[in-house]
Design a protein around this ligand. Structure first.
Ligand code: ZN
Ligand code: MN
Length: 442
């Protein structure tokens, strides 16, 4: 779907940052729990505070999880890799450089399929998060506070090619990425807290053009999929208005204001930033053997898409139910245990999707199957039989029928009781009431 005019098409790539949920931080032993910390600056040490003499040691789990994500997205893996220093000065970065990866990321050349086409993954690299700045007013004075609990938390960055063709595709891509990371159990992707942050690089080109536009606008730090969709739509319209006037949009970094529903300029990039990247001399390069990579690959759980197709084949589940029920890995595994025991798994799928039964994830499959069987009995009372039972009850209770005709609606309750007893089965109350009133009103 193109929300802008037909004259231009969107050219958009995304960069997504997500914090990994390892026990400890990326380069030291401090606890990795920035959102759960009871106080600021308690999960810190000389290394993550950038003190002289603090030496980094890379977190093995974080590296393995990055590679797992790469494999799940069909990436190639660099068997030789390294960490580099990205130099810039800002108070949330105590060392004045961020340890990141420059020319040899762990993963490259993957793909994420969406309903609007594939999105190529350029690279996935691993780096460290910064501290968190808070701008507050304390004792009437405006101050900036910094919390280093988040400093050096493992952070993966997933970069795409400019393959995104619509705002809805950007949203779908982000959702898919989050779902896969949650399936792999490597990140909570908590967007409200900033545990997953989206950035879109946006430009528009005349429809049909194969040349990349000569400008791009970055919208940074977007914390919801809906906002990324809205921000891209907003930018497309803004760029179109400028281009129609004969001006090229300025190459700049913008932010998203969710209250106003618009983007705003943060800084213009007249010169390319010079981060003076160089290999971190405190960290040795990392080597993997193909065998080690294969071991990591064998550890990847079945992903949502594979699960959906297997359910369709194995249990004859309708596609829309299979898609909905495989959303969350824990719930999906539980639901499959129900499919395994059910005679007609698709009926179970339908009952769960339509919330026809009350249940809790983790409940005994046999209990769920019984509940589903109970509703099917309810559903199976056929209307013909019901009408006959109602007519028989009416015949026996002519005085009550007369009362109803005279406007006494209270007798409906009496009839419901009588008919239910006559049928001797549980019956859908709505169906019974409607049929009853129809018969009485004849
Ligand atoms: Zn530390
Ligand atoms: Mn980054």
């Amino acid at each position: 779907m193109n929300t802008s005019s037909e004259k231009y098409s969107l050219v958009c790539g995304m960069e997504v940052h997500a914090e990994l949920k390892t026990k400890s931080k990326m380069f030291c032993g401090c606890k990795n729990d920035p959102f759960g910390a009871p106080k600021p600056n308690i999960y810190t040490c000389p290394t993550c505070l950038g003190m002289p003499g603090g030496l980094p040691v890379a977190n093995k789990t974080a590296i393995e999880w990055t590679i797992k994500l790469g494999l799940a997205l069909g990436c190639k893996i660099n068997l030789f890799s390294k960490f580099d220093r990205k130099n810039y000065f800002y108070p949330d970065l105590p060392k004045a450089y961020q340890i990141s990866q420059y020319d040899i990321p762990f993963c490259y050349e993957g793909v994420v399929e969406t309903s609007e086409g594939p999105i190529r993954i350029t690279r996935i690299h691993l780096e460290e998060d910064t501290g968190k700045l808070q701008h507050k007013t304390v004792d009437g004075k405006k101050v900036s506070l910094v919390d280093y609990n988040r400093s050096s938390v493992p952070l993966i960055e997933i970069v795409t090619e400019p393959d995104i063709k619509s705002p809805t595709q950007a949203k779908e891509y982000g959702r898919k990425l989050r779902q896969i990371m949650r399936y792999l159990d490597i990140s909570d992707c908590d967007m409200d807290q900033g545990g997953m942050r989206l950035e879109a690089n946006i430009s528009i080109a005349p429809a049909g053009s194969t040349k990349l536009p000569d400008y791009k606008v970055e919208v940074k730090n977007i914390n919801s999929f809906k906002f990324v969709e809205q921000a891209i739509t907003f930018e497309m319209e803004r760029h179109e208005a400028l281009l129609e006037k004969g001006t090229t949009p300025i190459q700049e970094t913008r932010g998203w204001n969710p209250n106003k529903g618009e983007t705003f300029s943060q800084r213009t990039k007249e010169d390319a930033e010079d981060y003076r990247y160089f290999p971190d001399p405190d960290l040795p390069p990392i080597r993997f053997t193909q065998d080690q990579i294969e071991t990591l690959r064998s550890d990847i759980p079945e992903l949502p898409e594979a699960k959906t197709s297997r359910w369709i084949k194995e249990y004859k589940i309708e596609e829309r139910y299979a898609k909905m029920l495989s959303e969350n890995r824990t719930a999906a595994e539980w639901i499959e245990s129900i499919f395994k025991q059910a005679d007609t798994p698709n009926d179970s799928a339908k009952a769960i999707v339509n919330k026809k039964i009350s249940f809790e994830v983790g409940e005994k499959p046999s209990a769920i199957i019984k509940k589903i069987a109970d509703i099917s009995t309810t559903d199976n009372v056929d209307t013909k039989k019901l009408v006959l039972a109602i007519q028989a009850t009416m015949k026996e209770n002519q005085d009550a029928v007369q009362k109803f005709k005279a406007g006494d609606k209270k007798v409906i309750g009496f009839f419901i009781g009588q008919v239910m007893r006559a049928i001797g089965k549980k019956i859908d109350a709505q169906l019974l009431r409607e049929t009853l009133v129809a018969e009485l009103s004849k």
